[in-house]
Design a protein around this ligand. Structure first.
Ligand code: ATR
Length: 284
């Protein structure tokens, strides 16, 4: 890699911890592929310093940054202006600095979710049937915002902790409706979209215990978990003949708008990128 100069375009990902983030590998691949004089750095920032660090981005000559756990809400509160999507989700994952040093906050997780589904399941019609979302954390917020945008007539939300689902209902309102965690299998009846946004099924976590028999025969099943890539949920979906969409694509697609805003080139997601990023996940 040629060394950076004063002209090198600088961006990065702010998180705590940030060493497991695949974003530097992902953006680094695109920078190489498109021959751009740019750099994308992991930026570990401890919670007490987050506001100051975000404010410092344009002063240090950064064109912007991604923001990851646990800083997305702090970024939301710190930036100067917000996209409509960031406002809807209540969190910022992409910051773009303008020439005057003003910070624009966007959230591209909803975009990443939908683009990933459309890339893998082109026949998916988000507005045709109810959707069932499992989990009520940050990822669920982005997925729900995307499903509402796609015109979902009903979004059933099941979460172990009822209060967190209630908070999302208060935030989004209809077409969201809450289903008890223990009734999640019954809530599959007639649904054409199922999304797991919980951490269940992730390597080292307990399995996700669900029965997919109630889902529509043409349902699309998406797992946000991408370690392992083919989760037990996706295996069960495939063996029922449903369309299984893995979680890595959401990560790859959510990165596109930031890369384009910072480095001026619209990047593409393909097999070569997937393989490169996956090798990083596996420690390669
Ligand atoms: P993120 O912001 O990345 O979505 P999170 O806020 O930690 O992550 O949310 C994790 C989700 O997985 C939550 O919906 C959580 O349920 P709770 O709200 O009840 O904590 C869910 N989850 C984690 N472990 C779980 C378990 N053992 N059983 C059921 N749900 C679980």
């Amino acid at each position: 890699m040629p060394s950076a100069t004063a002209k090198t375009i600088k961006a990065g990902v702010i998180g705590w911890p940030v060493e497991h983030s695949l974003s530097p590998r992902l953006h680094g691949f695109w920078l190489d592929r498109y021959g751009i004089d740019g750099i994308y750095l992991p930026l570990p920032v401890a919670p007490p310093n987050i506001e100051e660090a975000i404010r410092a981005l344009p002063k240090l000559g950064f064109v912007g940054a991604n923001v990851t756990v646990p800083h997305k809400e702090a970024a939301y509160r710190t930036v100067d202006s917000l996209s409509e999507t960031a406002r809807k989700i209540g969190a910022v994952n992409t910051i773009v600095c303008d020439e005057d040093g003003e910070l624009f906050g966007d959230n591209t997780d909803a975009f990443g979710f939908v683009e990933n589904i459309r890339a893998t399941a082109p026949a998916w019609q988000g507005d045709a049937t109810p959707a069932l979302v499992l989990g009520a954390g940050g990822a669920a917020r982005a997925v729900i915002a995307a499903l509402i945008d796609a015109g979902a007539p009903e979004i059933r939300l099941a979460n172990r902790t009822r209060e967190r689902a209630d908070e999302l209902l208060a935030h989004f309102g209809a077409p969201l409706m809450i289903v008890a965690w223990d009734d999640r299998n019954d809530a599959m009846a007639g649904a054409g979209t199922l999304v797991n946004t919980t951490t269940l099924g992730m390597t080292g976590n307990p399995p996700l215990d669900v029965d997919l028999s109630g889902l529509n025969d043409d349902a699309v099943v998406n797992d946000i978990v991408y370690a392992p890539l083919e989760t037990a949920l996706l295996k069960a979906a495939a063996s029922r003949g449903l369309v299984a969409v893995d979680g890595l694509g959401m990560l790859l697609h959510q990165a596109r708008p930031g890369f384009e805003a910072w480095f001026g080139t619209r990047p593409t997601v393909d097999e070569e990128l997937r393989a490169h990023v996956l090798a990083g996940r596996d420690g390669g």
